[in-house]
Design a protein. Structure first.
Length: 70
C-alpha cells in the first residue's frame, strides 16, 4: 500500500494526523521508560533516542519501522 493510500485510509477511518510533537512525546516516554528500567545509560542516550525516534516516526506515519541492515 502506498504512503498516500495509507493516509487516505487513516483519514477515512477518522484518525487524526500524527504530528511531530506527538512523535516527540511518544519517543520521550519510551526513552524515559528505558532509563527507569535500567536499559539505557547516559553514554548511549543520544544514539538510543535517535533510533527510537526513527522507529516511532516510521510506524506513526504508516510504514514499517526503519531498520538498518547489519
Amino acid at each position: 500500500m502506498s504512503q498516500q493510500t495509507k493516509k487516505e485510509v487513516a483519514v477515512a477511518k477518522g484518525c487524526k494526523p500524527v504530528t511531530d510533537e506527538l512523535i516527540m512525546k511518544i519517543t520521550k516516554e519510551v526513552v524515559i521508560k528505558f532509563i527507569e528500567v535500567g536499559r539505557l545509560s547516559p553514554t548511549k542516550f543520544e544514539e538510543t533516542f535517535q533510533e527510537v525516534h526513527r522507529t516511532v516516526s516510521g510506524v506513526a506515519r504508516g510504514g514499517a519501522p526503519d531498520r538498518e541492515e547489519a
